[in-house]
Design a binder for this molecule. Structure first.
Ligand code: Z5A
Length: 248
């Protein structure tokens, strides 16, 4: 399903990003390709080891911009690319997004974690798993890493509890690579500008500083599929760093 945004809106380093996402059995087997082919040798799809790529980072880090630039790059090479954004990307997910970001009702950290995971479960079942199963590349604007950081650490729910909730929601499907766009909270705020802010964007600057610190801590301690990319400077320069880091 194509994404609709309503808000404001070398040498491969394959070892650094892992050798393939873990596909849950209930969503069907993903096509496997164990050869370490270069893109030049693979004409109809991205390397099997990089089918599912997630962008993470602070609000305003440039995730949406970079997801689109990477998708355009891969499409120009002839690949089918499916872009998704979170929360959302399905009819149900968009309802949950409204509840989470535009509503006034108080939400506790655990409620937030469960709602984000619920929207993600629908997205995996309806969009991500089918796309991966047919050999497309999926580029996600946020995924489980966001919940580990925002709800697990910053809201205080606990990283392990949030991880468990998401294992149920996603069936254990994790990205082959997660690109963390590194900017400071001040740089991200300047990019967001003075436009209408949602419930989480309205949090004070210290909240956003905590998010950035938590990303470094949580994702770096993860499964070794994290690629940290300097998100500062011109977006085309950042895009070139992303492609180099992913060897795409
Ligand atoms: N959240 C959560 O708590 N738990 C979860 O599990 C999930 C999410 C999935 C989603 O908000 C909120 O939900 C988010 C985390 C929480 N809240 N916060 N804070 P969203 O979907 O509305 O927004 P977002 O995902 O946080 O990001 P964003 O606002 O769309 O920003 P971005 O994608 O990182 O950046 P961008 O849209 O590409 O760029 C922002 C602006 O900067 C834009 O004007 C660009 O033109 C500009 N830009 C981009 N790159 C550059 C460079 N390189 N230089 C200069 N200007 C640039």
């Amino acid at each position: 399903m194509p994404r609709e945004r309503r808000s404001r809106k070398g040498r491969p380093r394959t070892a650094a990003v892992g050798s393939g996402s873990s596909a849950p059995e209930q969503f069907g087997e993903r096509p496997q390709n164990s050869c370490l082919c270069s893109l030049a040798e693979v004409t109809d799809r991205a390397p099997a080891s990089l089918r599912f790529i997630a962008f993470e980072g602070a609000d305003g880090a440039g995730k949406t911009t970079q997801a689109r630039l990477l998708a355009a790059h891969l499409r120009a090479l002839g690949h089918e690319v499916v872009e998704v954004r979170e929360p959302g990307g399905t009819q149900t997910g968009e309802h949950v997004r409204t509840l989470l970001l535009d509503g006034d009702a108080p939400l506790g950290g655990r409620t937030e974690a469960l709602l984000f995971a619920a929207a993600r479960a629908q997205l995996v079942e309806d969009v991500i798993a089918p796309a991966l199963a047919r050999g497309a590349t999926v580029i996600a604007d946020r995924y489980v890493g966001s919940s580990l950081v925002y709800q697990g650490v910053v809201r205080g729910v606990g990283v392990e509890d949030v991880r468990r909730i998401n294992e149920v929601g996603t069936g254990g499907l994790m990205p082959d690579a997660t690109v963390l766009l590194a900017v400071t909270a001040e740089q991200a705020a300047a990019r967001r500008g003075a436009g209408a802010a949602d419930r989480i964007e309205r949090e004070p600057i210290d909240f956003h500083r905590s998010v950035i610190a938590a990303y470094d801590e949580v994702l770096a301690a993860g499964d070794g599929r994290l690629v940290r990319v300097d998100g500062t400077g011109d977006s085309e320069d950042v895009a070139a760093r992303v492609r180099e880091a992913l060897a795409l």
